[in-house]
Design a protein around this ligand. Structure first.
Ligand code: PFF
Length: 458
């Protein structure tokens, strides 16, 4: 066992840890979800609520995952096996693996669409685009059947090639290079957007302070968002934490990542909404915003095509670095628990994801080949994968993680790990963290879970 630990790879330093973890957090959620949910639910007031959720749910669960990972230096399944003989807590590992698959089945499909849009923008497909042609083009992209399957394959091939290279030469190198590129591109798009006539409407949508919209529903939305945004409840942060070295400050890393991730989301909003409003369009969420509204409005700007390429390229970076972190959960498990070579683990998992993911791709739209097939409470494959991962597995996984670290882990062990054997003078912070984890975090998670299943209604 010792030998295995010595041979294990790790991130090279604080900056690598920061960029890799931020690469996981920053994803499609920042671009197609966060800005819209903020605008819709009270702007700056909602951001405040979101930050409170990040503080009481997001950061505590992230730190707990880092604790489990760095303490054991193992994959999510192996880590839980090492920490406890109790099968209840071991389900954290099982759920982590399942969630990674379920998210990847549909996320890789959407990533494929994003990749195809870079190509379309490069070819100039969006010159003179109209609302109708934007929607026809998106329809074609999604319904396929072959183009979306091929693009999904390309997206998975990129992720696999990076992962085969390993933790330091693959994940670390790519995230350290691409996340700064993403920042630059998003700032360029943001500046362009802010210099448009009528940009202030968009900013008002995003940053108005309207506490009257802070309903229980909005608070729930903020919590669910914080969870998905920060890649929690499924062992991603356990796995990345297992590659941290003993001098990584777990609490400050999680706080920095949460803040930087929020900044990326706000920058995305600044790039999107002033543009949307200055063309008199209505903002919307999800695929419509990303694949129809954005090509439509960006293409009308001077140098619009270059901006579109930049925008889809940065979205592809976000989606790719997030996928890397999801698949790494599986690779770490297959190599450490099942004895696979890294390259075989990557290839086998890419094949599984592509086979199952093709079901998502073929059911993404009503007009798709499997568009009318219902597999789970009236939902098709695409929506089922999303629903089971985000509404069931992630909240339960997060709850179990919070309870395990809050109640089962010995306080001294927590102190040792979170203070780096008392090198950091943060005992007060750790004690506060433990109390939050024992009380506020699980209660909030239970409420989110029950309401996401419509068992309780507000
Ligand atoms: N945080 C990613 C996003 O906001 O798009 C999604 C995600 C990545 C969820 C990794 C879960 C995960 F493990």
């Amino acid at each position: 066992m010792e030998k295995e630990k010595i041979n294990r790879e790790s991130f090279s330093g604080t900056l690598a840890v920061f960029f890799a973890t931020l690469g996981s957090a920053v994803g499609l959620g920042n671009i197609w979800k966060f800005p819209y949910v903020v605008g819709k639910n009270g702007g700056a007031a909602f951001i405040l609520v979101y930050l409170i959720c990040v503080a009481f749910v997001g950061i505590p669960v992230m730190v707990s995952e880092f604790y489990i990972g760095r303490k054991t230096h193992k994959n999510v399944m192996g880590a839980l096996k090492e920490l406890t003989p109790n099968p209840l807590w071991k389900t954290i590992g099982v759920f982590g693996i399942l969630t990674a698959y379920f998210i990847m089945f549909y996320y890789s499909c959407v990533a494929g669409w994003v990749y195809s849009y870079i190509f379309k923008a490069l070819k100039g497909d969006f010159t003179n685009v109209t609302a109708d042609s934007a929607s026809t083009l998106f329809g074609k992209t999604v319904v396929g059947p072959w183009p979306p399957l091929v693009w999904q394959f390309i997206a998975m091939a990129v992720v696999s090639l990076i992962l085969i290279k390993g933790v330091e030469k693959g994940i670390e190198r790519v995230t350290k290079t691409l996340i700064p590129v993403l920042f630059v591109l998003i700032i360029v798009c943001g500046i362009r957007a802010l210099t448009l006539p009528g940009a202030s409407e968009g900013l008002k949508f995003l940053f108005k302070v309207d506490f009257s919209q802070i309903t229980p529903g909005a608070i729930l939305a903020a919590m669910g968002l914080a969870f998905f945004k920060l890649s929690l409840g499924m062992g991603t942060m356990v796995t990345y934490g297992s590659y941290f070295t003993k001098d990584t400050n777990l609490i400050s890393t999680s706080a920095k990542v949460a803040v930087a991730d929020t900044i990326v989301s706000l920058l995305a909003g600044i790039a999107i909404f002033p543009t949307v409003f200055s063309f008199g369009m209505k903002p919307e969420a999800g695929p419509g915003l990303l694949f129809m509204t954005i090509p439509l409005v960006f293409s009308k700007l001077p140098f619009g095509n270059i901006l579109l390429v930049a925008f889809f390229f940065l979205t592809a970076i976000a989606a790719t670095t997030a996928m890397i972190s999801i698949v790494e959960v599986l690779i770490a498990y297959f190599t450490e628990e099942k004895g696979f070579k890294r390259s075989s683990a990557v290839i086998i998992n890419a094949i599984i994801i592509l086979l199952m993911g093709s079901l998502a791709t073929l059911s993404a739209d009503k007009a798709s080949v499997l568009g009318n097939l219902s597999v789970f409470f009236g939902k098709g494959f695409f929506d089922t994968f999303d629903f089971i991962s985000s509404n069931i597995l992630m909240p339960i996984g997060g709850l179990l993680i919070a309870l395990f670290v809050g109640y089962i882990v010995k306080k001294q062990s927590l102190i040792n790990e979170l203070s780096n054997n008392e090198n950091l003078k943060n005992i007060g912070l750790i004690t506060t963290f433990k109390y939050v984890l024992m009380g506020i975090t699980p209660i909030l998670l239970i409420i989110v879970f029950l309401s996401s299943l419509n068992i309780i209604k507000f």
